[in-house]
Ligand binder design. Structure first.
Ligand code: HEC
Length: 454
């Protein structure tokens, strides 16, 4: 049994859709977590010191941060389930089955988070100070715990670790990058909260303003340091063959290497500004706050891109490729043919080689390539004639054999010739029909060559 892919729009693949929904959700949810912690601290300080201005800051920020982020976070979170379920049913199913109770725990915390957020928001000036503080700390706790839990699942996809041998849910959850990534994300949460709440603080005047800007710069600086430490630890915890994709002496994937420098530089910039603002809170103007917020997004977004990019061509590293094909089934599919698994792809086609080739393309390539838009297959194969394409697919098949050797008898992980592209899987006849199909996509010159090749 296999699941079909969802042919969304010719120009953007499903992966782009998942990316758009996830980016929105990830940014908002990190705000929700950091904001919860920051507001809890601010309100606690305001009660201890009897500081009305601080209390006002907590109250004003809670509207936007907690209400909007919880409501939007919930909607976009459901959006992720809908899109990944449609775009990648096989991976979604694998994650559900590996982490059954972890998901249940996640949703329990999430429920607590939403309930306490609404209760907190609705009870300003209506319950005792202690009760109100209890609500915000409960909110901060449950929001943070939902991060602790989801981080186990997210990091598993890049570093399944001992689970590869034991298949135990505990090993899957407590995988090598769970804790480093958690430290990193916690830092980002605090940093984003500080950067955002600064806008509310800037509306104050006089000493109250300086005092608040300093407090929030403390969040930013602490968050940036934590994020930096977490990032370095995360990198050190990666298996060598993953790390070498972007941090090796000779980076294989130049774009990922650049993404990494952007992320670290933007983080360093935020740290420097925050440290200066601790001493000289006056330098924080609205313009500076905007720049800091943008730099924080840039740093965080690049780190997320890096993590996702380092996972390619796998959806679960070393286990399942992005097209849903398992490393463990490569030999049997090479013998029997990919269309014995992806029956949906060959559904309703006639006995024509070109259509069969298209079926192979849909089963193996369309998860990442579109025909003419994002990661266009026409573009990446545009300069290859039939012979070159055949050679490419044979090489790429060898990458698959190498991955299988790792799983089968613990061979050293390969340096794949095509590190981002999934290996070709299937019989030689399927390879040839795929070549015919790919050549048919090319403009006139290609069509001539394909005629010669036939
Ligand atoms: C896991 C996602 C994924 C799958 C599945 C995938 N590719 Fe790719 N492929 C990529 C990425 C990413 C690149 C790099 C694109 C770039 O450098 O701009 C790429 C590059 C390529 C290239 C150019 C290689 C080079 O180095 O010149 C070819 C050719 C190609 N893919 C063909 C295929 C074919 C044919 C299939 C199906 C058998 C396939 N790909 C399946 C992601 C994928």
């Amino acid at each position: 049994m296999d699941y079909p892919i969802w042919d969304l729009v010719a120009t953007v693949g499903g992966g782009v859709l998942v990316g758009v929904v996830s980016i929105l959700h990830v940014v908002v949810s990190h705000f929700a977590i950091g904001g919860g912690l920051a507001i809890a601290v601010i309100e606690t300080l305001s009660v201890r010191r009897g500081d009305a201005a601080l209390r006002e800051l907590a109250k004003r920020s809670s509207k936007i941060l907690i209400l909007v982020s919880t409501v939007f976070g919930a909607i976009s979170g459901v959006g992720i389930w809908v899109t990944i379920g449609l775009v990648h049913p096989a991976a979604t199913s694998a994650l559900i089955h590996t982490f059954v109770w972890v998901w249940a725990i996640e949703w329990a915390f999430f429920l607590l988070e939403v309930v306490t957020a609404l209760a907190y928001f609705a009870t300003w000036d209506r319950v005792s100070k202690r009760t109100h503080l209890l609500l915000i700390w409960l909110y901060a706790f449950s929001a943070f715990m939902s991060l602790v839990v989801i981080q186990g699942i997210l990091s598993f996809m890049l570093t399944p670790g001992r689970w590869l041998e034991t298949r135990s849910a505990t090993d899957a959850f407590f995988n090598p990058t769970w804790l480093p990534g958690l430290v990193y994300r916690t830092g980002i949460c605090l940093l984003l909260a500080g950067a955002y709440l600064t806008f509310a603080a800037l509306r104050e005047k006089g000493p109250a303003r300086d005092h608040m800007v300093r407090l929030l710069a403390g969040f930013e600086a602490g968050g940036a340091l934590l994020a930096y430490g977490g990032y370095r630890w995360w990198e050190a915890a990666l298996p060598e063959h993953v790390k070498s994709l972007f941090a090796g002496a000779k980076p294989l994937l130049a774009t990922l290497h650049t993404t990494r420098s952007i992320s670290l530089r933007a983080l360093a910039f935020v740290l420097v500004v925050a440290l200066v603002a601790l001493l000289l809170p006056r330098i924080k103007s609205t313009a500076v706050a905007v720049v800091v917020l943008i730099a924080a997004f840039l740093s965080f977004g690049s780190a997320e891109r890096l993590r996702e990019g380092a996972r390619k061509p796998f959806v679960i590293r070393d286990t399942m490729f992005s097209n849903g094909i398992l490393v463990s089934e490569l030999p049997s599919l090479n013998a029997a043919g990919i269309l014995t698994k992806a029956r949906w792809a060959a559904h309703d086609i006639g006995p024509f080689a070109e259509s069969r080739g298209q079926a192979v393309y849909r089963a193996e390539c369309a998860a990442c390539h579109t025909q003419g838009g994002y990661q266009s297959i026409r573009k990446v194969t545009g300069s290859m004639n039939a012979d070159r394409l055949r050679a490419f697919l044979d090489e790429s098949k060898k990458d698959g054999d190498a991955w299988h050797a790792v799983l089968d008898h613990g061979a050293a992980p390969p340096k794949p010739r095509y590190p981002s592209s999934a290996p070709f899987v299937g019989t030689d006849a399927e390879r040839d029909t795929l070549v015919t199909f790919l050549v048919s996509l090319q403009p006139a010159t290609g069509a001539k060559e394909s005629a010669n090749a036939r």
